[in-house]
Design a protein around this ligand. Structure first.
Ligand code: FE
Length: 351
């Protein structure tokens, strides 16, 4: 490890200073010292809310290319974040990987992530996909967009998220629960763009159009549209891709709303380095590697997302969904306005 290497070098120079050792003897000491870091394996420890199969292939490549061992655990975002908080200075975590800027913002707000100033990261990751203070960086982009039944809805009938509250969608709309951070982030960005008052009336109009109780996940929502219980909904694009894999002829399609104003709501999966990291240099190396062109294509492809690095194309299946204008508001708003969004959805009767 870097730490033991540094301390051994320190001893050698002290010995050299005080005892005036010959160059040959000094070289011997350095030689011995050089053995130490090779014996103690370089490592980086990651707490990840991204599932094993979405991160393991990347970590394996990083290990092969750098010789730095990646140790990791996976869990949901909330328990991982509270675990880092409870472990404090003793945490084993060097890096937190999680989805949704709302979660990364919460971790940063609790002081769990350290500010990173990296030219590589700032160059590879667009400014609106990272913390303005450098505590977390987006690594992949997901679009939360409109999905519709291709046999009952023409794309020309669709326009914006807000318009899903119009009377033509009465008893035809399906939504996922407001408890999910994805919807909290969507509403948070609406508050930022449209103001709280307008957003509340739009959310109320969605609730009035619901065909069914809210769903626990996006997949169930789409299966419900497919089964004819409702005609339109709002989902993350990669869940649509997973359904397509199971049934290529599924009678659903994605629609990219708000193309004449702010654009499609996007969010990120991303990472930050912990405040009490024991291997901060290795963690930074991993973070920069994950933002690199080579890793970006694979990070995005593994979960059918869009690379955060704009110089890297998405996978062919994702490209097949068409291009769109994305909202360029900084995703940190998902965290900053999360409480406002939760309260607003509660007032609007969105369960
Ligand atoms: Fe998800």
């Amino acid at each position: 490890m870097k730490r033991s290497f540094n301390s051994v070098s320190g001893i050698v120079s002290a010995v050299k200073r005080y005892f005036g050792l010959s160059l040959a003897l000094y070289a011997f000491f350095v030689g011995v010292a050089g053995v130490v870091p090779a014996a103690a394996a370089e490592q980086v420890v990651v707490y990840s809310s991204r599932k094993d199969h979405l991160i393991r292939p990347l970590f394996e490549q990083f290990e092969q290319q750098t010789g730095i061992e990646v140790k990791y655990i996976t869990d949901k975002a909330a328990p991982l974040i509270s675990r880092i908080a409870v472990e404090g200075k003793n945490t084993a975590a060097d890096m937190l990987i999680t989805v949704d800027a709302g979660n990364l913002w919460q971790a940063a707000e609790q002081g769990l992530l350290v500010k990173v100033d990296s030219e590589i990261l700032n160059k590879q990751i667009p400014a609106h996909l990272r913390d303005p203070e450098g505590r977390w960086y987006g690594l992949s982009v997901r679009a939360r967009t409109i999905v519709y039944a291709t046999d009952r809805v023409k794309p020309s009938e669709l326009s914006t998220y807000e318009a899903l509250g119009e009377s033509q969608w009465k008893d035809r709309l399906c939504l996922r629960t407001s408890k999910k951070v994805y919807n909290q982030s969507l509403v948070a960005t609406m508050i930022a763009s449209l103001g709280a008052e307008k957003t509340e009336s739009y959310v109320k109009s969605w609730v009035a159009n619901l065909a069914t109780p809210v769903f626990s996940n996006d997949t169930k929502l789409m299966q419900s549209i497919s089964a004819g219980q409702c005609d339109v909904g709002i989902v993350n694009s990669y869940y649509f891709g997973r359904l397509q894999d199971k049934d290529a002829d599924i009678p659903l399609a994605l629609y990219w709303p708000n193309q004449n104003d702010r654009g499609v709501h996007i969010n990120i999966s991303g990472a930050g380095i912990t405040r009490h990291s024991k291997n901060p240099e290795n963690a930074l190396r991993l973070l920069e590697w994950l933002a690199s062109k080579k890793a970006q294509g694979e990070i995005a492809a593994l979960n059918k997302e869009f690379p955060a690095n704009p110089n890297v194309p998405p996978a062919p299946q994702v490209v097949s969904w068409g291009t769109f204008k994305a909202d360029t508001i900084n995703v940190e708003v998902a965290g900053k306005l999360q409480v406002d969004a939760i309260k607003l959805m509660d007032r609007a009767g969105y369960r």
